[in-house]
Design a protein around this ligand. Structure first.
Ligand code: GUN
Length: 296
């Protein structure tokens, strides 16, 4: 029987624990953790993610401050907002929803976020620390995947993990996490991307396959090894005869792959939920540090 890696159930449990921890932190400090979420432009998927993040904040007792900028506001206004939020004592975490519209210098903005408020772990300070195995604020999706594997006691030591996709948000950081020399990692990691010839020959070697490529149902049954664990990071909108006019599918062809494998994440209800729960956990982490509480 294939195990469905239930990101919703695991994240609900994490959110409940966080709610208690946030209440305790409020009791000690008299302060609420605060997360600033910045959305630039009108990308429909980004709007949905920002709403989901706000809802999770509400659920656990984190204050959310939303900043909506239009494309015409431009780089200088966005950078000024970051400076303001860096200095705001009520804001413990700053999340800039990506991707930014064309014309913005994404790296310049990310590098302007104070590393202590960098809840996405995208600042080179945090990414660098992650690379060399030091404690760091970690990107939410990869950290969420690590928690999901841990929850289901899926060992990574000595396993061949194949990652499809080399983004700074998922592919590279999950590779860095899994290759570390520690008990929750110690994997052999291969990262494939758009210039990798014959990707299937490599994905078929994977004990754990992580699909983070952003292409609907890219991973087909012939690309997986029977008995593998499949982590599907994709959240793709495809046209469908639904009320919204679309449906959400992952980067993996779920129906065809499911019967072949030992474990698989569903879309929705898999990695996406873990990303949001991890963002909440990281925001509490930044709050604790900034308010002088010991790390949990
Ligand atoms: N866009 C897609 N995934 C992410 C993420 O994890 N963080 C941010 N800020 N933007 C994203």
């Amino acid at each position: 029987m294939t195990v469905i890696l239930d990101g919703k159930a695991v994240s609900d449990k994490i959110l409940l624990e966080l709610k208690i921890a946030v209440a305790a932190a409020l009791e000690t400090t008299g302060k609420d953790p605060g997360l600033a979420v910045i959305l630039v432009g009108n990308n429909a998927a980004s709007r949905t993610y920002v709403e989901a993040k706000k809802k999770a904040c509400h659920e656990v007792g984190i204050m959310s401050f939303e900043y909506k900028l239009s494309v015409t506001d431009g780089q200088a206004v966005l950078e000024k907002l970051i400076d303001h939020l860096n200095a705001d004592a009520e804001v413990h975490g700053i999340l800039l929803q990506l991707p930014l519209p064309d014309g913005f210098d994404e790296q310049a903005v990310l590098q302007r976020i104070h590393p202590d408020k960098d809840v996405d772990g995208f600042h080179p300070f945090n990414m660098g620390r992650l690379a060399i195995g030091l404690p760091a604020l970690q990107p939410c999706t990869p950290a969420g995947i690590m928690k999901l594997l841990e929850h289901y006691q899926i060992a990574t030591e000595g396993k061949h993990v194949v990652i499809v996709g080399r983004s700074n948000i998922v592919g590279k950081p999950i590779g860095l996490m899994l290759v570390q020399n520690n008990k929750n990692a110690n994997a052999t990691v291969t990262i494939c991307h758009s210039k990798t010839p014959d990707i299937g020959a490599i994905t078929r070697q994977a004990d754990i396959l992580i699909a983070a490529v952003g292409k609907p149902e890219f991973i087909t049954a012939d690309m997986v090894k029977p008995g593998a664990t499949i982590i599907d990071v994709g959240i793709n909108r495809v046209p469908a005869e639904t009320k919204a006019g679309y449906k959400i599918v992952g980067d993996v062809h779920f129906e065809d792959v499911y019967p072949l494998v030992d474990a698989i994440t569903p879309v929705p209800g898999g990695v996406g939920k873990m990303t949001i729960a991890t963002l909440m956990a990281t925001t509490l982490q930044t709050f604790r540090k900034q308010e002088g509480l010991p790390s949990a």
